[in-house]
Design a protein around this ligand. Structure first.
Ligand SMILES: Cc1ncc(C[n+]2csc(CCOP(=O)(O)OP(=O)(O)O)c2C)c(N)n1
Length: 355
């Protein structure tokens, strides 16, 4: 594990803001599970309780010009990147005011205005997209980098090796953030990976690979800042493996106890990332009332998000094809036009989320 010798201390005010967003993610996820059980949320729903330090620590190391691409366990990253909680909850509800206009749901959050190019539901599906975005940044001579998040289960996909190879060969400004929460569904990293120290995979492609404590927000922030800066300045890619843990099951449909026991969960909860930030702030003299107020504001935001999502209408049926296909992709989908044996629906190529 790399310990950054003297990570620049995060200012107390900034750290308080980070604590509030960690609370927001924790409270949001608890509420999302409740809403799912009331059938307000359909489809899939993967929660990231326990992983808040990785979400917030990495997002605060990004500039507004950097681009973010994630896998499907993405509520935490979206909230940490400042996608409004109202729009994230509305998206989970499949409503028109959701950040993907209700078309994506939990696994497909996005907000291009905030440089967030999507949660991707296919394991490893985000890797070629993120690598391509990094190439675009170079071609357009933009001084920015891509942060591409993936799980420990995605590092055995072909797309991972192909992306790392091209990123190193072509000097692309990208940091691959491997969120190692030990499990890919019910399979532990030890059972799935011949090299379970996942950051070492980077070395085969002659790029930097580092492993950090993903529950220590200061370490996450310092390591991500440094690697993103190198990516921006010198166009060198890197792999950052953040060790963390998810408290809930793989999805809300999984109790998460058939492949691990309660003691293991409890052991991780004792090192809870939120408690750790609270104790850093307490040591710096911040009063308990101020820390509790951050939690209360987060809870208010979540209540407001549910109210907003409930009030938002469902997307109109006659516009279901809107926002699905970019301008210029009509040739690719020509065989799906009405009357073709492959599809009956009329496709719309120039309306919706943009080019
Ligand atoms: C190509 C592909 N294969 C299988 C699946 C089914 N699947 C969904 S999530 C998942 C596990 C991924 O685990 P990991 O990458 O560690 O992410 P985590 O759940 O830990 O966030 C699998 C196998 C999928 N979505 N895509």
């Amino acid at each position: 594990m790399t310990v950054h010798a003297s990570p620049a201390e995060i200012e107390t005010d900034q750290l308080l803001g980070m604590l509030e967003r960690m609370y927001l993610i924790r409270r949001f996820e608890t509420e999302a599970e409740r809403q799912y059980k009331q059938a307000k949320i359909g489809g899939y729903c993967h929660l990231s309780s326990g992983q808040e330090a990785t979400c917030v620590g990495t997002m605060d190391a990004m500039t507004d010009d950097d681009l973010l691409v994630t896998g499907y366990r993405s509520h935490g990253f979206a909230l940490a990147r400042h996608v409004p909680a109202t729009e994230v909850m509305a998206e989970l509800f499949g409503r028109v005011d959701g950040c993907a206009r209700g078309r994506g749901g939990s696994m497909h959050l996005l907000d291009p205005d905030l440089g967030y190019y999507g949660g991707w539901g296919i394991v490893g599906g985000q890797l070629p997209v993120a690598t391509g975005l990094a190439l675009a940044l170079v071609r357009q001579e933009r001084p920015a980098a891509v942060l591409c998040e993936l799980g420990d289960g995605a590092v055995n996909m072909g797309a991972w090796h192909e992306s790392l190879n091209l990123a190193s060969l072509w000097d692309l400004p990208i940091v691959y953030l491997v969120v190692n929460n030990i499990y890919g569904m019910g399979t532990s990293v030890e059972r799935a990976s011949a090299e379970p120290e996942l950051f070492r995979r980077a070395h085969a492609h002659r790029m930097v690979g580092e492993r950090i404590d993903g529950d220590d927000i200061e370490e996450v922030h310092a390591a991500t800042s440094e690697l993103l800066q190198t990516a921006r300045d010198r166009h060198r890619p890197a792999v950052l493996e953040a060790l963390t843990y998810r408290y809930r099951g793989h999805s809300v449909a999984d109790a998460g106890l058939s492949y691990r026991d309660r003691d293991e969960i409890k052991e991780h909860q004792e090192r809870d990332p939120i408690k750790r930030v609270r104790s850093v702030l307490s040591e710096r003299g911040v009063e308990d009332e101020q820390l509790d107020a951050a939690d209360e504001r987060a809870q208010e935001q979540v209540a407001e998000a549910v109210e907003f999502a409930d009030a938002s209408p469902e997307p109109p049926l006659d516009q279901l094809a809107y926002g699905m296909y970019a301008k210029g992709s009509d040739k690719q989908f020509a065989r799906m036009r009405p009357g073709s044996p492959f599809g009956e629906r009329e496709l719309v190529f120039d309306a919706g989320l943009g080019d």
